[in-house]
Design a protein around this ligand. Structure first.
Ligand SMILES: [Zn+2]
Length: 229
């Protein structure tokens, strides 16, 4: 499928899309910085993407017919009904997620996008109340794309040359985008380890040590618990 076809598919599922700068064959960005762009193929093509993002098929066709090399930005948050947990193994995201699941239970089966850089986007249904964007709050290598955010969409070319694709058994035609577990939503919203508040101080301390990820708040919580002892 072309980027245009993917963009139209996003729009049919109700997700507004908009153009991002593309990544050329040599990995350089199509913006004026070219090879010096630190965010190649991942940043908006225009400066008002929030107002330009659309599900209008005619507009989407115009964009990608005239600029087929542009990547695809997919809006997250309430407008698309989608929130994304961005797992970056290069920054420890796999370990952070494994630890969260060990403590709170496995995440439900859901739609997964494999990014061209070795990471993955786990998609969840927007809960209907605000979910902020965050970097590293849930743990190193775990970012959240929620209200006011976007992700690089399927079909886009990563600077590595690889395309963003759905995981074979986790595409939107095969699985339903899951409801995020309450603990995950709470952590996304507050940066706190939910279990922390209901636990005995010693447990809390152990938890905070174990989850260096849900980090600063958990450590503060642990420090407070320690002070109480
Ligand atoms: Zn650029």
């Amino acid at each position: 499928m072309t980027v245009l076809e993917h963009a139209l598919a996003y729009a049919r599922r109700g997700c507004p899309v908009f153009p991002l700068h593309g990544s050329a064959a040599d990995g350089s960005c199509t913006c004026r910085l070219r090879g010096a762009c630190p965010n190649a193929g991942k940043h908006p093509w225009g400066d008002r993407w929030q107002t330009h993002a659309t599900t209008d098929a005619a507009q989407i066709r115009r964009w990608w017919t005239h600029h087929p090399d542009m990547n695809l930005g997919a809006v997250t948050g309430a407008p698309s009904g989608n929130i994304v947990l961005d797992v970056d193994p290069a920054k420890g995201g796999d370990e952070s997620l494994r630890e969260l699941e060990r403590v709170h239970g496995a995440l439900p089966e859901t739609v997964i996008v494999l990014t061209g850089g070795g990471g993955r986007h786990l998609e969840f249904q927007h809960p209907g109340t605000p979910v902020p964007n965050s970097v590293g709050i849930l743990g190193p290598g775990l970012d959240v794309r929620g209200d006011g955010g976007f992700v690089v969409g399927v079909g886009s070319r990563h600077r590595s040359g690889r395309r963003y694709v759905y995981e074979v058994t986790a595409d939107p035609d095969t699985v339903v985008r899951a409801v995020a577990p309450p603990w995950l939503l709470e952590c996304m919203r507050t940066g706190r380890v939910p279990a922390c508040r209901s636990m005995a101080p010693r447990w809390c301390f152990a938890m905070a040590s174990a989850i260096s990820g849900c980090s600063s708040t958990a450590r503060r919580c642990a420090a407070t618990a320690g002070a109480r002892r």
